[in-house]
Design a binder for this molecule. Sequence first.
Ligand code: PEP
Ligand code: MN
Length: 348
Amino acid sequence: MFIYLHGNVTSQQIQRVKDEAINAGFTQAFESKGQEIVVVNCIGAVPHERKLELQEFFMTLPGVSGTQLAKTPFRLTARGSHPENFSVALNGIKIGGKPIVVIAGPCAVESEAQILATAKAVKAAGASMLRGGAFKPRTSRFSFQGLGEDGLRLLALAREQTGLPVVTEVMSPDKIDLVCQYVDILQVGARNMKNYDLLKALGQVKKPVILKRGDSASINDLLLAAEYIVAEGNERVIICLRGVLGFDHDYTRNISDIDAIPVIKGLSHHPVIFDPSHATGNRDLIMPMALAAVAAGADGLMVEVHPKPATALSDGPQSLTPDMFVDLMRQVKRVAHAIGRLTPKNKE
Ligand code: PEP
Ligand code: MN
């Protein structure tokens, strides 16, 4: 059950609501403060009939403006617990604010020359952050697995030279400390969306997490996975859609789940970004799907860019050339303006 209080309530009034919730049989009562509203999120197996009685009771307490029964299986990531949009801020960039944030870079860090050339090109075109995998989850163990810690060092060097914050994937809890020494945002890949030990460990981290949707995970599964991170204390979770399994593999790698953008924006307060590279597997489809995602309300994009896609060690066919990325940024800007969002830029 969500209990809403006016933004100007006293801390004693909030505490009274929390105490009454625990007395009534809820096991937990979390508070979340917005500018105009405070929400007390009550969790626990209280019978439905009793909840209906309690809704009336809570309305009699000072400061309470409304109540609502939870309609979704996820709670901390539900919009009911945080009616205002939530944005993740980092180095003056806000994911989930008005500007569309574009994260761009190669699938994998391959060499100093490759990552520095990409970082400079995407920055010049207006990207806000650099991506690059150092630990790569590959279907085949014979495929390039990433440069490991050397790749992380190169990402840190690219940040030093361009000022762009860097994003990389972490695949297991034992690598979190290492990855945190070098990067600004940690990514959970589609294959690991249901690695609950990894998610819980990321809940302890003081850096934002980009959580990618598993290729056959439902929206409920995705928001329940995000809940594991938030429940451990790390609220700064960004949801990333990257297509779901389809059947038309001759033409597209996955099905672009564009409709999930407004669905998740309605269900949750967390920012949502879209990855048209993994969604399509085809660089020619990146532009239309990226524009559709922005038009549908995405807060940002994650796009693969490589200085020479034909030589890429992973995901070359779905990587843009730097020139194509310049063109993409130009069009993203036009769509963003058309729907009242701001131009992508490095700082707000
Ligand atoms: C990636 O971002 O390079 C990646 C491996 O993506 P996903 O986990 O969505 O397949
Ligand atoms: Mn990739």
